[in-house]
Design a protein around this ligand. Structure first.
Ligand code: NFS
Ligand code: SF4
Length: 680
């Protein structure tokens, strides 16, 4: 190759890299991406430039269900213009069948991920209840007593005609058994559906979508979507709803509930976020993934005086344990441990050159971590038998609940031992980090708003009724390398709070909010409309409430249910002036969440793309017909300001239906007033 050719090739290669300033709005990400490129490390951002998505898959109309395919049915201009849609796969499968099958499988995979996590929690919960492990205990007995009746477990017993409290561990064991039974249950319906407002439950019953058992329904989706089975997209989506509801109101909800009992229900606590939480003179460990079971033990291990001493012998001043993705949210909301960043920052944490160990469990873990780790000194440690990584020099330290703390210590020790292998000259930690207040479980919202003596959602309802708060939005979900990192989350959420819509958030979206300063009570004055600002200031809460990880979207369902129960805002979840959005979604879990929100009566917008656009009739089913079934529907919007506009429009429509469009006077309502509103 001539010198010119080499130069041209190098230039072409350069053009194929991501522009660090354009692909994110987060300065720490920009800095580390530039460093990665300078260090010769390719990241997801670069590959998003060189590899384009398949446009047929993006439309949802590529079928790989059998070896006669893949059958690819793009919706072309020619098809649209002709007005005749006679596309079909070899077997005759229509675009509707193909898109619905793919969509249903995404729901199944997403629900399986959340629910398998929930099952793991239930198993450890049961081991703790049976005192088979000393590392986990029943910590939040109040929550246990609260949830026990929902699982059909009595909390008191009659002895000689007198009612007596039962033993906590006895209750816990029965709750553990009942909780775990939800996975293998074959008939009837799962117990937690009864938590929903009665009219919602009746809709599910009438539609026949009450989940019989978590595993059973997921298995049935795999059967129905096999070649040559269910060929009616409406019927497929009925099963999709049945699976998704089993995620939101069972798999995820059980994970949240039992984690709270084991590790404590979150209450507001301070934390810090962004790559700037790492410290050059400390051993840095990141726990990344989703389950708090192991990370809770690493929290304990990293604080162990023996470990701290050991770190000092290696020349470190201490140990920083930070989180990434939803594991981060889990340990943050309970312990205030710092968060290093959200999904698209995982590679970049290693690029700092100061990360001694990246410990992963399950979900949202990019395989490229292994390649990036090879560029630096970072030890990538897998811990779960479900998630091993073949690439790179990954170490597997399997976590076992029976010696959980021991495993935790082994992992921390591995990180400390690696501290001395840092490569001088390749370390650069961005300074960006923000303070935040997190940990708004629905119980905490209840407590915070209702005052010290008696928790209540009534003050929130009053503020919605009197119009200070226009409505409630749930903004959740991932980052997506096909979109500008964090931009849609931030733009949408700022627009919502500016219009007096209070935001409940989880997952990677919550982290965006943290990084940009929206999770502090002080931010209310700066970003909110006057009504919401006044409420936040009076109560001392941020305008955006961080409710936890993605399985904690079940907390949003429960908060919405509490709002209905507090009265004055209708009788069902679909009556509420509320809407949901996942502006930068990417994972199948997001699709499962989207469907359980929709089936729970929520208008839910997804950003970026949605694999339904290649099948107009299927799309219409999700975007329109579902509204008449569930009082909630899907939507797809690219521009975050347009997302906000549609959510607010929906909120206003619901306010009008409740007769709240006129009731602007700021009066305090009593119970009778609220009942009058309900009757209207
Ligand atoms: Ni939710 Fe969490 Fe983030 Fe998306 Fe992944 S971490 S479970 S899936 S990417 S929000
Ligand atoms: Fe093609 Fe039908 Fe096989 Fe799908 S199931 S790949 S549409 S032949």
């Amino acid at each position: 190759m001539s010198a010119e050719e080499i130069k041209a090739k190098a230039e072409a290669k350069e053009a194929k890299k991501a522009n660090p300033k354009e692909v994110t709005i987060d300065v720490a990400t920009t800095q580390m991406l530039a460093k990665a490129q300078a260090d010769g490390c390719e990241t997801i951002f670069d590959r998003a430039v060189t590899m384009k998505p398949c446009n047929i898959g993006e439309q949802g109309t590529c079928c790989k269900m059998c070896a006669q395919g893949p059958c690819r049915l793009p919706l072309t201009k020619k098809v649209t213009d002709s007005g005749v849609d006679d596309r079909m796969g070899l077997c005759g499968a229509t675009p509707e069948t193909i898109a619905a099958r793919n969509f249903a499988r995404m729901i199944a995979a997403g629900s399986a991920a959340h629910s398998d996590h929930g099952r793991g929690v239930a198993e450890i919960f049961l081991a703790a209840a049976r005192k088979e492990t000393s590392d986990y205990t029943i910590k939040d007995t109040e929550k246990l007593l609260e949830i026990a009746p929902d699982f059909g477990v009595p909390t008191t017993v009659m002895v000689d005609g007198a009612e007596q409290e039962r033993d906590i561990y006895e209750i816990a064991e029965e709750v553990g058994v009942a909780a775990l039974a939800q996975w293998g249950q074959q008939e009837g319906e799962l117990p937690l559906f009864k938590r929903a407002p009665a009219p919602r439950y009746e809709i599910w019953k009438k539609e026949g979508v009450l989940t019989r058992g978590i595993d059973r329904e997921i298995c049935e989706i795999m059967h129905r979507t096999h070649m040559g089975v269910d060929q009616d997209f409406r019927n497929l989506m009925k099963q999709g709803a049945r699976v998704a509801l089993g995620d939101g109101w069972a798999g995820s909800m059980t994970a949240t509930d039992l984690q709270d009992v084991l590790f404590g229900t979150p209450y507001p606590i301070q934390g810090e976020i962004n790559l700037g939480v790492l410290k050059e003179d400390h051993v840095n460990i990141i726990v990344h993934g989703h389950e708090p079971l192991l990370s809770e033990m690493i929290v304990v291990a990293a604080q162990d005086p023996e470990m701290l001493e050991y770190a000092k012998t290696k020349g470190a001043k201490g140990i920083v344990l930070a989180g990434m993705c939803c594991t981060a949210n889990e340990i943050l909301v309970r312990h205030g441990m710092p968060i290093a960043g959200n999904y698209l920052q995982q590679e970049l944490a290693i690029v700092t050159g100061a990360l001694d160990a990246m410990v992963v469990d399950v979900q949202c873990i990019m395989e490229n971590l292994a390649n990036i780790a090879k560029c630096y000194h970072t030890k990538l440690i897998t811990t779960n038998p479900r998630c091993m990584i073949e690439s790179g020099d990954t170490t597997h330290i399997e976590f076992d609940e029976h010696h959980a703390l021991e495993d935790g210590k082994k992992i921390v020790k591995t990180a400390i031992d690696n501290f001395v292998n840092r490569r001088p000259g390749s370390i650069q930690i961005p300074s960006a980090k923000e303070k935040m207040v997190v940990g708004f479980s629905w119980e905490a919202i209840n407590y915070h708003l209702g005052g010290t003596f008696r928790g209540s959602f009534v003050p929130l309802n009053d503020n919605i009724i009197n119009g200070r708060i226009r409505g409630v939005a749930g903004v959740v979900g991932c980052n997506n390398a096909r979109q500008t990192h964090d931009q849609a989350h931030l733009t949408l959420i700022k627009e919502l709070i500016k219009n007096d819509v209070i935001v409940l958030t989880t997952g990677c979206s919550a982290m965006t909010c943290g990084k940009f300063g929206l999770l502090t009570p002080e931010s209310a004055k700066v970003y909110c409309g006057p009504g919401l600002a006044e409420v936040c200031e009076t109560v001392g809460i941020p305008p955006v409430l961080h409710m936890g990880s993605c399985v904690d979207n079940s907390r949003i369902l429960m908060a919405a249910t509490q709002v209905v129960k507090a009265g004055g805002l209708g009788k069902d979840l679909s009556d509420l002036p509320a809407a949901g959005c996942a502006p930068e979604w990417m994972s199948e879990k997001a699709i499962a969440i989207g469907q359980y929100f929709v089936s729970s009566g929520v208008y839910t917008i997804f950003g970026g793309t949605l694999p339904v656009t290649g099948s107009p009739r299927f799309q219409k089913h999700l975007f329109e017909e579902m509204d008449s079934i569930y009082g909630g529907r899907w939507d797809l919007v690219e521009d975050p300001l347009e997302m906000a506009r549609r959510m607010i429009e929906h909120i206003d429509k619901k306010r009008k239906a409740l007769g709240l469009d006129k009731a602007k006077e700021r009066v305090l309502m009593d119970m009778a007033d609220r009942q009058k509103l309900d009757a209207a």
